[in-house]
Design a protein around this ligand. Sequence first.
Ligand SMILES: Nc1ncnc2c1ncn2[C@@H]1O[C@H](COP(=O)(O)OP(=O)(O)OP(=O)(O)O)[C@@H](O)[C@H]1O
Length: 503
Amino acid sequence: MSSNTLFVEKLGKQVQIVFDSKSLRIQSDATAIVPRQKKSKKSRSCVCLPTLETNDDPSSSPASSSLPIPHRNILHANYNARTNMVQLNTLVADKPSDPESTTQLFKFMYTVRDNEQEKATEFCQNIMTSVYQDLIPEKRVLVLINPFGGQAKAKSIFEEKVKPVLEAAKCKLDIQYTEHRYHALEIAKGLDIGSYDTIVTVSGDGLIHEVINGFLQRPDAREALQKVALGLIPAGTSNSLSISMSGEKLGFDPIHNALQIIKGRPLALDLCSVTYEDSRYFSFLSQSFGIAAYADLGTEHMRWMGDNRTVVGLMQEIFSKSTYQMEASLLIAESDKEKIKQNYKSGLKSSEWKSPAVGDGAVLDTIPPLSDPVPENWTTINGDVSIFLASNVPLLNRGMLSHPCVSANDGYIDLMLVRGGKGIGKQLSMFTSVDTGKHLDMDLVEYYKVKAFRLKPIIKPGKSAYVAIDGEHASAKQFQVEVHQALGSVLSLNPTFINTNVH
Ligand SMILES: Nc1ncnc2c1ncn2[C@@H]1O[C@H](COP(=O)(O)OP(=O)(O)OP(=O)(O)O)[C@@H](O)[C@H]1O
């Protein structure tokens, strides 16, 4: 695409808008001043559009002009015949050279010169076609907000940071506050899937779990999952899926996540079915037994600590030398840690967008029912463990890169296993390495790629046992898990989870 220029006016002065195959530049607008996002109701400060260099000559080279705004950050362009103005809604990076920079919403409005109305219409249409290409512009979005999520900050995060950005992209918003536990599940289960392009949760991981399960309880589960991608606005304490997609900084940034909803593509996600004797549901994050499950569930009374409570819980368990007894059987695809690392690295290099799985109807398991004997080709491990932690995401918490070789859609569950009796010192050094993923290289850490597993907790007299599925309490009875490759999807700007820099 060759560069395309529109001359417009602001306060009687000429401004030049240049749009090319990479970016949009607004030149000679010394008054590009817009209100900064409100910090409090009282303050309303202003901020100038960052410029590389000011230049008053509109015919000069576009290269020596205002800061380029990349296509990804252009939300909307429109010519309004009634007001005779063009409006350009964009996100501008606070630190343009930093790929992890925060951004702010900027709206530019200019008067179109006489006899240039047709050109202005075409100019804006061209911008919209180029910046959206095969993506859906002006998405129809169902927003579910847990008013109590993330220490009750979800509402203000949405109203103050996210809604203005989605509205600037002219998304059509239906906003619903969840009123009780499982409300989000009921909404997803009864959703008219032809009415929305995406369903967005403003919450922690709990609401995401409910939406996925609501879809999977429908007779048209697969169609629902294919048609309505999930969108995330992190407003919980851990936000495990969000940080696994965007990293610990951007994974908590509401504006980055709003952009992900507007400009993201469906990133296919492996989901797991979890089956007990009398129930079956789906998990998108983790299945845990042992001290990590205790850290999640036995520390609810320490919620005021935020995500630090899990670290405190782990320390309690290590120092009290806790172990947990179980019988587990694994359908192992790979058990060699070096091979797992090599496969992860080569998968990351050749990463392309993988489409969510196609199909229709309900999602059935392929492994034998729980009442059948364990198949002969499964590997059984009996005894005491300190950690049995299966995951579909690399980062289960900030600073907890427990599963550095997870791929979003390779069709495997990553299992980290630490057997019992490994000593306080070794376990402590494992936990101090888990933030970088280096614990993987320690002998006490076993790491498997599995297709399915069966786990039977054996509760020791006088002791509690915890099973956590997606960080929530689950029954400590026998259950089994099977992974379903690329069954779900979430809107993402990247075709993979974060690069965990495995060596
Ligand atoms: N109005 C409501 N009243 C009570 N519970 C609710 C309501 N809306 C949602 N919930 C429940 O709150 C649970 C937790 O929600 P969510 O994951 O959004 O927040 P969080 O617990 O703060 O996040 P995290 O799991 O990351 O700590 C969900 O399981 C959901 O069922």
